[in-house]
Design a protein around this ligand. Structure first.
Ligand code: ADP
Ligand code: MG
Length: 254
């Protein structure tokens, strides 16, 4: 490669890096604290968590069972609230939003998947995937857009390799199929961030690897920002960056 080409490339690379550096993190927490009451005593779980997840990053949070990983992920996703500290989404504080606005942001911008999938047993895969849109849009708006939504959900299920399971209920599916349905449901509202709580925790190794492969692809190809919590280092290391939750604080793992 000629020097001119090199310098042009470098200039572009630098500019791109600067532009990214100018943007606020996609999701961050500052000084997050949370305790649970256990009888007369308070048990501290988060003791001042600071974490910043950049746009397009795939970050794992690793920690022992009971270290507060799920608690942290729930607070980051506004499913739960800390006792103090702040959560910011794309530079905007979100932990103190009025409930309605917080629900709206969560429904539209944050997708979540869990160890036990949390699919609704009486709904088919397609209906499960559509359910966040029914909640986010309200009945009338959903009904007006139902054809487009069904197309989007069907496409997503196909992308997940589930064309043969569209009208099946969770009990008729394998663990991997249920998790892939849950991923499709998490993505239906086209969120900026996916939060994953032990997404392979209930799966055998090959199936777990398959789910991780899907997350990797979503991160690389769709630039989806992913925060994954796990107690398993081998799983955590599939991410770009691993941080460790120890004694209620986040430290960079090496
Ligand atoms: P992890 O996901 O890392 O296993 P959790 O965030 O689920 O950890 O839990 C952290 C600690 O907080 C544990 O000691 C757990 O027992 C406690 N805990 C979690 N949720 C509650 C709750 N709703 N009420 C009381 N204690 C809780
Ligand atoms: Mg947990």
């Amino acid at each position: 490669m000629s020097n001119v080409q090199t310098s042009v490339r470098e200039r572009f690379a630098t500019r791109a890096a600067d532009e990214v550096a100018d943007l606020p993190p996609q999701l961050s927490a500052i000084g997050l604290r949370k305790s649970y009451r256990k009888g007369p005593s308070e048990v501290p779980v988060l003791r001042g968590v600071d974490i910043a997840i950049e746009r397009g990053e795939f970050v794992s949070i690793i920690g022992q069972s009971g270290s507060g990983k799920s608690t942290l992920l729930h607070v980051l996703g506004t499913l739960d609230q800390g006792d103090s500290g702040q959560v910011h989404f794309a530079g905007k504080r979100i932990d103190n939003l009025p409930t309605r606005q917080r629900d709206r942001l969560r429904n539209r911008s944050i997708g979540m998947i869990f160890q036990f999938y949390h699919l609704l047993p009486e709904l088919t895969a397609l209906e499960n995937v559509l359910s966040p849109l029914m909640i986010a849009e309200g009945w009338l708006s959903y009904w007006r857009q139902r054809h487009a939504f069904r197309d989007r959900a069907t496409k997503l299920l196909k992308t997940m390799g589930l064309e043969h399971r569209i009208h099946h209920r969770p009990r008729e599916m394998s663990g991997g199929e249920m998790q892939r349905t849950a991923i499709a449901r998490a993505l239906i509202a086209q969120p900026e961030v996916l939060l994953a709580d032990e997404p392979t925790g209930n799966l055998d190794q090959p199936t777990g690897r398959e789910i991780l492969g899907i997350l990797r692809t979503l991160n690389r190809q769709e630039k989806l920002t992913i925060v994954m919590v796990t107690h398993d280092l081998a799983i955590a290391e599939q991410a770009d960056r691993v941080v460790r939750l120890v004694e209620g604080r986040v430290e960079q793992a090496d």
